[in-house]
Ligand binder design. Structure first.
Ligand SMILES: Cc1cc2nc3c(=O)[nH]c(=O)nc-3n(C[C@H](O)[C@H](O)[C@H](O)COP(=O)(O)OP(=O)(O)OC[C@H]3O[C@@H](n4cnc5c(N)ncnc54)[C@H](O)[C@@H]3O)c2cc1C
Length: 252
């Protein structure tokens, strides 16, 4: 069995409720090194032996000492309410990974430059994109400039934007990183952000403002969100082979 498919015991070192629906958890766990965009599987075992496992994207930058996850709570869910409301610092939970070979970004893989990168995240779909942003932030300015990046990040409202302040700080330090928040239930705080659903027209406007032709696109979120984004991109003549999609499930 590949090393990344063995279950490991991970200890929760820190928990933070970062938005009204999302909890971030930091695990100390002996997994192999990850590439930005990959995920882990998390397995819970009840006292009667019943097990449930779900996938969660890694938010941490490659090489970070702890694995950071950001989990959105689904009231009727099996695993997310446990991670968001019951898990405590000091608990141990089984994880395996890193997993995933397609939805990844690494400057080395693309010879230090992947060209312009468009990232589109819906809700917790921003998590693997955050790992890419963090990975990018650790590069020198010349390498970053070879991959100008636009992140379009859609959430319900301003308070629901996971990693909001860190993302804004990244933009302040990197003129080749453009960030647009898209809030679907109002409450935008910056003039150039968008207060509407992320649809084909908005994508077209944002790409025009950016002024780049995306060489690589990463779209991540619920099935319906990813479907909307990928079909809108194809209509805008972005070749399907440039688009990498990660679907989290669900229909909303
Ligand atoms: C590769 C991968 C990476 C993922 N990374 C993350 C992550 O970083 N953060 C995160 O919060 N989730 C992530 N997910 C989703 C996660 O694996 C679970 O599906 C989610 O936490 C719900 O699990 P649950 O056991 O609580 O709910 P379940 O018991 O599986 O489902 C409960 C209800 O919620 C609905 N539902 C489940 N998932 C979604 C969804 N995404 N959108 C809308 N409705 C949904 C179901 O249809 C059902 O009605 C990822 C999924 C994949 C495949």
């Amino acid at each position: 069995m590949p090393e990344s498919l063995s279950w490991r015991s991970g200890m929760i070192e820190r928990i933070a409720h970062t938005t009204p629906r999302v909890t971030n958890l930091w695990f100390r766990v002996a997994l192999g090194p990850h590439i930005a965009g990959q995920h882990v599987d998390v397995r819970l075992t009840a006292p009667d032996g019943y097990q449930a496992q779900r996938s969660y994207s890694i938010a941490s930058a490659p090489g970070a000492p702890l694995i950071e996850l950001a989990v959105e709570a689904f009231e009727d869910g099996e695993v997310s309410p446990y991670l968001c409301e019951i898990a405590q610092v000091g608990d141990t939970i089984e994880l395996r990974g890193p997993i995933g070979g397609h939805f990844i970004w690494s400057p080395n893989k693309f010879g230090n430059a992947s060209g312009a990168v468009l990232m589109v995240g819906g809700g917790s779909g921003v998590v693997p994109l955050m790992s890419i942003v963090r990975s990018r932030a650790a590069l020198n300015a010349v390498v970053r400039a070879a991959s100008p990046t636009l992140l379009l990040y859609s959430a319900r409202g301003w308070e629901d934007l996971i990693f909001r302040d860190e993302l804004i700080a990244c933009v302040a330090n990197d003129p080749t990183f453009m960030l647009r928040f898209v809030t679907t239930r109002g409450g935008k705080h910056r003039d150039f952000d968008f207060d509407q659903r992320l649809d084909e027209g908005l994508l077209r406007t944002a790409i025009a403002q950016w002024g780049q032709t995306p060489q690589l696109v990463y779209a991540c979120g619920s099935n319906a969100f990813v479907e909307t984004i990928t079909s809108a991109l194809v209509k805008q003549s972005i070749p399907a082979e440039r688009i990498r999609a990660e679907r989290y499930g669900g229909t909303s």
